[in-house]
Design a protein around this ligand. Structure first.
Ligand code: PGA
Length: 268
């Protein structure tokens, strides 16, 4: 899969705490995204709000350049207490699923085996897996961590299937809620993204145009362009700043302006 425009993913995490607030934030963010329709926007709200937000999206913005995503998903229907199945998610018009976020890997202890099964389930249900990889501590040896996570999380998939995965380099230490967090430098993020591509090229024989790799970790309206100005960085995932309509609107506007300057095609 290749993408002509940048992609911006909003990860609301377990926020906001009421449906009313979620509807309000969603309406405003979708409105902003519709004004910047050259940018591919994906909003990942908590799954409990999905039904209402999906109805809002399809009733009010049928042409919107926004897709819905979920922040996680169970691997199958059936006896998995507490999980939400791929079919359920798909029925709400969800196109993307985040898999392997560092909060699930390192805080909740999700293993690479489970992550792999979720990636396989997503592909089997035509939901685009957004696979997040990254080291836990800043001094961890990054190439080894990235290569190991990619190989385990994508094991058993063929090249065509791997080309459908959107990969995000998001080191846990850079996520804004992490103690002493700070965004990675664009130069280091770029190196990590090159490492990810190297593994994808070597292991699955993919070509550059078959890989989409994003950066995540403390992205905001101030540092956004320092990442996005690199053609190798296909987009960003935004956590904390996606809960503020001012910040998120600004992020979409800056991305749109950058694309106009760089002459990206619209993907719609
Ligand atoms: P952050 O979160 O932008 O608040 O660092 C990003 C994420 O966790 O995906």
């Amino acid at each position: 899969m290749s993408l002509a425009s940048k992609i911006i993913i909003a990860n609301w995490k377990a926020n906001p705490s009421s449906l009313k607030e979620a509807q309000d934030l969603f309406a405003k963010e979708v409105g902003e995204a519709a004004m910047h329709s050259r940018v591919k926007t994906v909003i990942c709200p908590p799954v409990i709000y999905l039904e209402e937000l999906s109805k809002m999206l399809h009733a009010n913005f049928p042409q919107a350049s926004v897709s819905l995503g979920v922040q996680d998903m169970g691997e199958a229907a059936g006896p998995l207490t507490g999980e939400v199945s791929p079919e359920m998610v798909r029925n709400f018009g969800v196109d993307y699923v985040l898999i392997g976020h560092s909060e699930r890997r390192y805080t909740l202890g999700e293993s690479d085996r489970i992550i792999n099964r979720k990636v396989v389930a997503a592909i089997g249900h035509r939901i685009i897996p957004v696979l997040l990889v990254g080291e836990k501590e800043q001094n961890d040896y990054r190439y080894d961590v990235l290569a190991e996570q990619l190989r385990q999380d994508l094991v058993g998939l063929n090249s065509l299937e791997v080309s459908k995965v959107l990969t995000v380099y998001e080191p846990a230490w850079a996520v804004s809620s992490h103690p002493d967090s700070h965004a990675d430098t664009p130069a280091e993020a770029l190196r990590a993204i090159e490492m990810i591509r190297e593994v994808l090229f070597k292991t699955w024989k993919l070509e550059q145009k078959e890989t989409i790799v994003l950066y995540g970790g403390s992205v905001n309206e101030h540092n956004l362009l320092s990442f996005l100005e690199h053609p190798e960085i296909d987009g960003v995932i935004v956590g904390g700043a996606s809960l503020s309509i001012e910040k998120f609107g600004h992020i979409l506007k800056l991305t749109d302006n950058l694309q106009v300057r760089k002459g990206h095609d619209s993907i719609h």
